[in-house]
Design a protein around this ligand. Structure first.
Ligand code: FAD
Ligand code: DLZ
Ligand code: SF4
Length: 506
């Protein structure tokens, strides 16, 4: 009997679990553009266009290799609007003895799928997603009995397990971590590798027209559109990164430069997350670049730590802690998200650049997400669910398994420190050190009070003061709390008043 195999928009890999034992002569592969997935949050237009075009190209890739594919476009006649509805419609096209899917990356959809067997009246097999390097069971075993789930120890275990950057049982170069050599401020006159825009073929052009018409009210710029949408193009992007940007990846990992969205970052998360690139292969190629003498160890180790360490770690944490994880609000943050997150219109130059880039490209690099948009939301006390919805819909690489721990845990400290050892609150001086933003800002980064004072300054001290009871015992905040104690109480009161005025006006 035939098997119906459902492939989701972020599972565009011919080796994905649901396709492992496909009988090309009997089975049917279903891929569907559905309104439910495209609008459960108001995804950035470019994110929808990227996925729809990549889905259409993947269907063609499967057909080309002899698979029978049922591809449902968003505007196809009879499109039911939901994945379950499309499975139900596909089941009427033949005689199937079961549905096979790869587990989705979001809890809401996984929970829904658990009900499909009863609703559809046939067995539904949900297979583990082995595109991730750390299976659920291994992560659970690692986490069991640990008081703190420290990423660094997880990462070392992953290095040992995969043999990446290992010399027998020791890390190559004698150290696990080269961060001390990384994270330099941007130098004046640095030139950044140019990113080649991929060509717009007929499929992408059709999708762009569809998205312009059907998702006009979603945020973000649709064009210019330059993302890779085929495996081949994504591999070219991967190779260009390894050649041109990886050698400096570590050095300038935390740098921010106005008008330079990519710097030396890979811009590969969107391709790994939707299945166009394989994270193992990406790590192995980065290691090879070091072995070939093309990129230094601090850059390659820094990059592999992000993919093998952070990426696998947040995914493990998500599935270990969901669904309760999303519910906590350790700092009791209740404010609504400011309007400028949707427009980029603010006279704070750092936020204007990070949000402007985001709206234009559906991309911002990590340190902008963490220390600009994230730190502002943390210090302003924005409600976690509102911030999380924004991050989930606005980035082309965003799915809840990776977005939620990063936002809820790392940026907002809403989990009370399960993921991050301290809240990533930052004052203007940190932003000034790591970027060129402050020079062209309407505010003065040196001032703590007054009309021209940098909001990140008074928000920083107000945040620490406001949350003293909750955060005082965090040993990583001992120094700032000692500084706060020694500050002139009149200055603290003035900064808190400034912060209250600023927040009320948001
Ligand atoms: P690079 O800087 O080139 O890093 C290399 C790769 O490492 C990335 O492609 C990514 O796969 C991985 N990586 C790096 N940091 C992390 C991390 N903290 N967690 C998981 N993987 C990581 N990443 C997403 O893929 N999707 C998200 O929705 C997402 N939301 C985020 C929200 C917040 C608040 C923060 C602080 C971070 C978020 N990240 C997310 C992590 C990180 O910012 C992005 O992976 C990265 O910016 C993507 O750009 P890049 O491919 O150029 O990454
Ligand atoms: C993000 C997304 C969008 C915009 N549209 C679709 C779609 O039409 N069909 C589909 O199968 N998947 C889509 N996706 C990706 C899913 O939302 C993703 O598979 C789940 O969130 C689980 O990670
Ligand atoms: Fe941002 Fe303050 Fe610098 Fe302006 S002065 S760019 S608000 S950190």
């Amino acid at each position: 009997m035939a098997v119906l195999r459902l492939i989701l928009g972020d599972q565009l890999d011919p080796h994905v679990a649901a396709l492992k034992d496909t009988d090309k002569d009997a089975d049917l592969i279903l891929i569907a553009e559905v309104m439910e997935e495209a609008s459960y949050v108001r995804h950035h237009k470019k994110k929808i266009a990227f996925l729809f075009s990549a889905m259409r190209h993947f269907a063609a890739e499967l057909e080309h290799t002899g698979h029978d594919v049922r591809y449902v476009t968003l505007d196809a006649k009879g499109n039911s609007g939901s994945l379950k509805g499309e499975v139900a419609r596909a089941l009427t096209c033949g005689s199937f003895d079961r549905l096979v899917v790869t587990e989705p990356g979001e809890y809401r959809l996984r929970a829904d799928m658990e009900t499909w067997s009863d609703a559809l009246g046939l067995p539904v097999e949900i297979r583990e997603d082995d595109r991730f390097i750390c299976p659920h069971e291994d992560f659970r075993n690692w986490a069991r009995g640990r008081q703190r789930l420290t990423m660094e120890y997880f990462y070392r275990e992953m290095r040992r397990k995969t043999g990446l950057l290992m010399d027998g049982d020791q890390p190559v170069g004698g150290q696990w971590n080269y961060d001390r050599e990384n994270r330099k401020p941007p130098k004046k006159g640095l030139s950044y590798p140019r990113r080649a825009a991929c060509r717009i073929d007929d499929k992408t052009a059709e999708v762009l027209a569809l998205v312009a018409e059907r998702f006009a009210d979603h945020p973000g710029d649709l064009e210019p559109f330059g993302f890779a949408v085929t495996r081949e193009e994504a591999m070219r992007e991967r190779d260009a990164f390894m050649e041109k940007a990886l050698p400096h990846f570590g050095d300038y990992q935390d740098a921010m430069v106005a008008g330079e969205p990519w710097l030396y970052h890979s811009v590969l998360a969107l391709y790994m997350n939707c299945g166009l690139l394989d994270p193992r292969d990406v790590c192995e190629r980065a290691e090879q670049a070091w072995r070939d003498g093309h990129a230094p160890l601090n850059a390659v180790e820094g990059f592999i730590r992000q993919v093998l360490g952070w990426r696998e770690y947040v995914r493990g944490l998500y599935w270990l802690k969901m669904p309760d994880y999303a519910e906590s609000n350790f700092l009791d943050a209740q404010r609504t998200l400011p309007d400028f997150y949707w427009t980029g219109e603010t006279d704070m130059a750092c936020l204007a650049d990070a949000i402007g880039t985001t709206l234009k490209h559906a991309y911002a690099h990590h340190i902008q997400r963490l220390t600009i948009t994230g730190a502002f939301a943390l210090m302003a006390g924005i409600r976690p669910s509102a911030v999380e919805a924004w991050y989930l819909l606005i980035y082309a690489d965003a799915y809840e398994w990776v977005e939620l721990p990063n936002t809820h845990g790392m940026a907002l400290f809403a989990d009370g420190g399960l993921m991050a050892t301290k809240p990533y609150a930052v004052s203007g001086s940190y932003i000034n050190k790591m970027s060129d933003y402050c020079g062209s800002c309407a505010y003065n980064v040196k001032d703590k009070t007054g009309k021209k004072a940098c909001p990140f300054n008074y928000l920083y001290w107000d945040f620490l003061s406001r949350n003293e009871e909750r955060l005082r015992d965090n040993h990583r905040l001992a120094m700032p709390y000692r500084t706060l104690e020694k500050m002139d109480p009149a200055l603290v009161a003035a900064m808190r008043a400034e912060a209250a005025r600023f927040l009320d006006a948001l």
